[in-house]
Design a protein around this ligand. Structure first.
Ligand SMILES: NC(=O)c1ccc[n+]([C@@H]2O[C@H](COP(=O)([O-])OP(=O)(O)OC[C@H]3O[C@@H](n4cnc5c(N)ncnc54)[C@H](OP(=O)(O)O)[C@@H]3O)[C@@H](O)[C@H]2O)c1
Length: 253
């Protein structure tokens, strides 16, 4: 089976390409770095020639509100049109658990636009929504810093290892289209402020985490349902502490 991974050079894409190749598939890692660009359409038709499945794990290079919306709209339109022309039989996209609950954030308005284009297209699809990657916790810290303190909501979060996300995506990619949404989450739900406290402690960061129910997450007010999955998500196997131990021992994998 020929599988094209759009964003195949990124965090998830690299892991997904490896898993699919190990499964014996003919996999193309497509991204600007390999000559395939979903914004300019450079190399797109050629990349999709003969493809059975396309997995979109691209991400916007700039996260300013309008730029991220433009990215996901243009990329989604160009990609789905090229897939329809090439006769692709399954479009798989990676999105975020709770996207429709997080629309006060420009980034999530971009992800919602991406999902809406997929649902409206004629290409059979599966949208896999994942919770926050462990690798993203440092980005949360950065966005919540107020001087020497980190202000965070104690709302529940259920983060996941990027390996578990890639494994779930690989299974979706070789399965039949659901023409719907499915979810994957980490093995443990815990308060966001507590997650970050554990992260800072393990990384030797002295800053204090201040719990604040009104603290916004990328502009969004949170409750315990905002970031956590609905009924029956697939659950990853890697726990946050195990990931921390591993990433402190060997920085990149
Ligand atoms: N972070 C989280 O916690 C989280 C949670 C759930 C879902 N997600 C979703 O996961 C997806 C993947 O995230 P990631 O962290 O793996 O991303 P990443 O590491 O930032 O990688 C982004 C990829 O997109 C490619 N790309 C950028 N512009 C492109 C274009 N014009 N055409 C084709 N490819 C392009 C990049 O290619 P180059 O290397 O060539 O630049 C790169 O391969 C995103 O859609 C994100 O919304 C993230």
């Amino acid at each position: 089976m020929k599988i094209v991974v759009i964003g195949g050079t990124g965090l998830i894409g690299t892991k997904l390409v490896k898993i699919l190749r190990e499964g014996g598939h003919d996999v193309l890692a497509a991204s600007p770095n390999t000559g395939v660009n979903t914004i300019t359409r450079e190399g797109l038709a050629e990349a999709l020639d003969g493809a059975d499945v396309v997995v979109d794990v691209a991400n916007a290079p700039v996260w300013e509100d309008q730029a991220v919306l433009d990215f996901f709209e243009t990329s989604g339109r160009n990609l789905l049109a090229a897939e329809a022309a090439a006769g692709v039989r399954h479009h798989v996209a990676l999105s975020v658990v709770g996207t429709e609950r997080l629309l006060d954030s420009g980034y999530f308005r971009g992800k919602m636009a991406q999902e809406n284009l997929i649902v409206a297209s004629n290409v059979p699809y599966t949208i896999l929504r994942a919770t926050q990657f462990f690798e993203f916790v440092s980005g949360i810290v950065q966005s919540a810093a107020v001087g020497e303190e980190i202000h965070l909501s104690p709302a529940l979060i259920q983060p996941i290892s990027s390996h578990d996300v890639a494994a779930a995506l690989a299974d979706v990619a070789v399965g039949n289209p659901l023409n719907g949404i499915t979810e994957v989450a980490g093995p443990e739900a815990l308060p966001l402020d507590e997650l970050v406290r554990r992260f800072l402690k393990r990384t030797g960061d002295q800053r204090k985490v201040v719990p604040d129910v009104h603290a916004r997450y990328f502009g969004v007010a949170l409750n315990d349902q905002s970031l956590t999955p609905g009924k029956n998500p697939r659950i990853g196997s890697v726990r946050f502490e195990a990931w921390l131990d591993q990433s402190m021992a060997q920085p990149a994998s």
